[in-house]
Design a protein around this ligand. Structure first.
Ligand code: ATR
Length: 291
């Protein structure tokens, strides 16, 4: 029983994921399990929404304590926020909206980019065996594939950690715009095959290439992946994309979008509940069948 109906009372907090489509979202299972595991009196619903602003207008009841915001509402939700976390504002998208209990104001956050960056950092630290004071991304060449919302978040996050950011995108103009915004270098997608200024670079795919059902697609030849110490893919369905599989076959460290997905949900759980207990949500996740 996903929603544990018996527990719903007048003061039960209501959360949900707002998206279109939303039927495939793992949020209700994940957050529902996490709430139950700590005894937090709340439910989490899938909310199929066409227009985010009119949805908020219609359901302004205080019963809604917060939302996860999915595609295509990440920009609209930012516009509807009364206050926005400064980094989310800079990125131009939020994935979490919390109704502040004291005054009912809507506060927007973005837990996506911190999730991806911390997943990459922790994996790098683990594979080197060294725990350094600074970020393991500092001074590394960090190649971002794609220049959409996710690309922007990753580029910003890597730059903040002191990485040398390179943006490669099918539409070169978009790569250039993003590179100018974060203070990085833009290159054409076609030039990425011959781009190896140094060993030990990091690659982050933020495009949808390789996503289910097009699981055989990839933007880079396997050979090219040799220049990288770590390859990250924001896609979580499949958990291991062709890009990641080929990197792994070469002995390159990989980080799946599933790591990012779990960590962004952990960040939301903390914002929703104010509880720092995050390992529980990990164990809740193990039971989720993504396909
Ligand atoms: P999101 O906000 O999820 O990042 P988006 O803004 O639609 O989504 O961006 C999608 C990214 O994937 C873009 O960088 C897009 O490249 P363009 O800017 O050239 O459109 C990239 N992308 C999508 N399909 C692609 C494909 N078949 N080949 C190469 N890049 C692709």
């Amino acid at each position: 029983d996903i929603y544990n109906i018996k527990q719903i009372r007048a003061d039960t907090k209501v959360y949900g994921v707002v998206g279109k489509p939303v039927g495939h979202s793992k949020g209700p299972i994940l957050h529902g399990a996490a709430f139950r595991s700590v005894g937090y009196d709340a439910v989490y619903l899938p909310l199929l929404v066409d227009d985010f602003a009119s949805f908020l207008h219609t359901y302004s009841s205080p019963d809604f304590a917060g939302f996860s915001v999915g595609m295509p509402h990440k920009e609209a939700a930012l516009a509807c926020s009364d206050e926005v976390d400064p980094i989310a504002k800079y990125i131009g998208a939020i994935n979490t909206l919390i109704k502040r209990p004291s005054d009912g104001k809507l506060i927007g956050y973005n837990t996506d980019y911190t999730a991806a960056i911390s997943a990459i950092e922790i994996t790098l630290q683990g594979s080197s065996g060294k725990v350094s004071a600074g970020s393991p991304l500092a001074d590394k060449v960090f190649v971002v594939l794609g220049a959409g919302g996710a690309g922007k978040a990753l580029a910003y996050g890597a730059k903040e950690k002191g990485a040398r950011v390179v943006i490669a995108n099918r539409t070169y103009e978009r790569a250039k715009e993003l590179a100018n915004l974060v203070g990085g270098q833009a290159i054409a997608l076609a030039d990425l095959e011959n781009f190896h200024p140094e060993e030990g670079m990091i690659l982050a795919n933020t495009t949808s290439v390789g996503m289910h059902p097009n699981i055989h697609d990839t933007l880079l030849s396997k050979q090219t992946l040799k220049s990288y110490a770590l390859v990250f893919d924001a896609i979580y369905n499949p958990v291991v994309t062709r890009l990641l599989r080929e990197a792994e076959e070469l002995g390159v460290t990989i980080v799946s979008g599933m790591e990012m997905f779990i960590r962004q949900a952990m960040g939301q759980f903390e914002l929703f509940t104010g509880l720092p207990e995050t390992t529980l949500i990990f164990s809740a996740c193990k039971n989720i069948n993504i396909n």
